[in-house]
Unconditional design. Structure first.
Lengths: 212, 444
């Protein structure tokens, strides 16, 4: 669990706004206790029955805001995904893409990839989450399981630098091909392109005013 | 051969490649005539009148048959997701409304639903606010489908539909202007409810507009349904069956035209959609014509929902439109005047002249914003193009930690290759028009 303090870079006695006193607590990654409620117990049980390695592959089962998140080890991601798609009790036919999240303070698991899954047959939703260290940002691709993940994985690579192993054409999709850096990472400044005008340089907005 | 700036050629590992950019092609055609292979790669767009915005299509052709089709996107990338991380949760609405610019209300609603999920106030949103959201979304669905018919027609060379379509779209945009002060990018749906109540006389005018539109929708219907030219351009074109839709994650009219009655409004109701009577329109042809019919059918269903909304609004007259919790609700009372939406004068009088506490409260909420408990949430709505899903992450602060939009346009555009390869080059236009991608949503 991480903690963040302050805002807009104001601290101490000079801080009349009160922003310096803000304390924010990071996201907890601990597993939820059974019963999970709703159809979540059925999903967990069915997956456990169909997949003998369940306890090894699933690092945590989190129920929050009425949503089920399975934290999966990256080595087992493709196996779990295939069972979730093909098992007749699970039937998650659709993957609604990948969303990356960068948590620089979670050392060893800085980069997260989040996969929202949808079962049209059973009218259910769950979420898979994979976390990898910044120093080794590799996650196996799921394009073979859900072809629609192709562009989503390219976007997550483009924005976060997560490398999806086995992806047939992992290139940038939104940023230009020769772009340096991955814009959605927390260490990448907002508007990080210096603008030149008559020899003068305008710093990035995040450097003009402290947003920390 | 002399150097031709418009038609140069060079040796590559795959043989001789001729690049043509325009101008005099005479020399090139004589030179190409001598070779056996006639594989042509055509770059179509991003500045092309038939590519539905700044979409770049890279087509490999053999004669007039497309052997490979690829999309180049990103020309409209504006970093909206990144920008939201530097503003408060409420200010985020102003950004996300600009993603899919033909469906701003859907972006706002999906974003607000996911923020409300994080706040745990989904059940506390006032009923009147939910009814207004539904009404605005359905009006927006009409205006979005109208652009699909209009520009889709233009791309296929049919010039009449756009006049009918934009006439009806104008009716809807006038309602938007009357309710929110703006015709597009309204930032009208806010976390906790809506920015302000609908004006007193708007409901009767919306009823009237529904009656008019029900009649005027017939113009495009009689023009295009069964029209032999329209059928020839769209029937059996851009084929994508149910299995293809499933694996590609395609939702919305494309999925419903493949025979699957999947509509989040029915299957996973939100904003009180379970209280309305409407049908999910499907066809089973899996082609561009089927998608056209689905969209056409949805217009009538939207009108049905809007009329039921008007009845609910009459019943709920005077009820609140913003969550009761003052620590979340936007403090300013807004009003629409001649120059758009702004703070109401009575509210200004209160905070500037009457109550110091109200001023402090206003200042704190407007500048600092409210804090959202740490965690993540995913909320989805059925937009005109399919499932618009929003994944938000909070670190407990007053600004989003991460906002990700699962844009149906972005996802569905992937099916271009599956729809176009093996078909004629003219059918590419038809197929892309039937996907109805909005590049603002694709590139974000």
């Amino acid at each position: 669990m991480s903690q963040n303090e302050g805002m807009f870079g104001v601290h101490g006695t000079g801080d009349t706004s009160g922003f310096g006193g803000l304390v924010r607590t990071g996201v907890s990654t601990g597993s939820s206790e059974r019963p999970y409620g709703s159809y979540f117990d059925d999903v967990a049980d069915d997956l456990e029955r169909a997949y003998p390695d369940f306890n090894d592959a699933i690092e945590a089962v989190v129920v929050q805001n009425g949503e089920l998140t399975l934290h999966v080890k990256r080595e087992k991601l493709e196996e779990v995904a295939r069972i979730l798609r093909d098992n007749s009790n699970l039937q998650f036919e659709m993957c609604l893409g990948v969303s990356g999240v960068h948590y620089p303070e979670q050392s060893g698991r800085e980069l997260h990839a989040v996969y929202p899954l949808l079962s049209i047959s059973r009218n259910r939703r769950i979420r898979l989450e994979v976390s990898v260290p910044d120093s080794d940002p590799h996650i196996p691709t799921l394009v073979e399981v859900w072809a629609g993940n192709n562009w989503h994985e390219r976007e997550t690579f483009d924005m976060f630098g997560i490398i999806f192993d086995g992806h047939a054409g992992l290139t940038r999709i939104l940023m230009p091909d020769d772009w340096a850096g991955h814009p959605q990472r927390k260490d990448y400044p907002l508007g990080g392109i210096p603008v030149e005008f008559h020899g003068a340089t305008i710093p990035a907005p995040s450097e003009r005013r402290s947003y920390r | 051969m002399t150097f031709d700036p418009y038609a140069s050629s060079r040796e590559t590992t795959e043989g001789r490649v001729y690049s043509v950019t325009g101008g005099d092609w005479d020399e090139l055609s004589t030179e190409i005539g001598a070779t056996k292979e006639e594989r042509v790669v055509v770059n179509m767009g991003p500045q092309h009148p038939s590519t539905h915005g700044v979409l770049r299509l890279i087509l490999e052709l053999e004669g007039e048959t497309v052997t490979e089709a690829r999309c180049g996107i990103g020309y409209l990338h504006t970093g909206i997701e990144k920008n939201t991380e530097y503003r408060t949760w409420t200010q985020g609405v102003t950004y996300v409304t600009r993603m899919d610019y033909l469906a701003p209300i859907f972006n706002e609603t999906a974003y607000c639903m996911s923020v409300e999920k994080l706040l745990g106030i989904t059940e506390q949103i006032p009923e009147r606010a939910q009814v207004i959201r539904v009404m605005m979304m359905e009006l927006n669905r009409i205006s979005s489908h109208m652009v699909c018919f209009g520009t889709g027609g233009l791309e296929l060379g049919a010039l009449t539909p756009i006049f009918f379509a934009f006439r009806d779209r104008e009716t809807v945009l006038d309602i938007f202007e009357e309710v929110s002060g703006l015709r597009m990018n309204m930032a009208y749906i806010r976390p906790g409810g809506v920015a302000q109540d609908v004006p007193a006389d708007a409901v009767s005018r919306i009823r009237e507009a529904c009656r008019d539109m029900r009649k005027s929708f017939k113009d495009n219907e009689t023009l295009l349904v069964g029209n032999s030219i329209w059928m020839k351009r769209t029937k059996d074109v851009g084929y994508l069956d149910l299995a293809g839709c499933m694996t590609l994650g395609v939702t919305g009219p494309i999925l419903r035209a493949a025979g699957m009655p999947w509509d989040l409004r029915k299957s996973q109701p939100y904003s009180g959609y379970e209280n309305y009577n409407f049908d999910v329109i499907t066809t089973d042809t899996s082609d561009a014509y089927g998608r056209f019919l689905v969209r056409l059918g949805e217009l009538e269903q939207s009108l049905r929902i809007i009329e039921q909304c008007c009845d609910f609004l009459d019943k709920l007259n005077g009820a609140p439109v913003m969550v009761a919790d003052k620590k979340i609700a936007w403090p300013a009372q807004l009003s629409v005047s001649a120059d758009g939406m702004g703070n109401s004068l009575s509210h200004i009088r209160e905070i500037m002249g009457e109550s110091m506490e109200a001023l402090i409260h206003h200042f704190k909420i407007v500048t600092e914003g409210f804090r959202v408990p740490a965690g993540q949430a995913y909320a989805a709505v059925e937009s005109p193009r399919g499932e618009t899903g929003v994944h938000t992450v909070s670190d407990g602060g007053t600004r989003p930690y991460r906002v990700h939009f699962r844009e149906p346009s972005f996802n569905n555009l992937q099916s271009t290759a599956a729809m176009c390869e093996g078909g004629m080059i003219a059918d590419v236009i038809s197929a892309v028009a039937s996907i109805d991608p909005v590049m603002g949503g694709v590139d974000r």
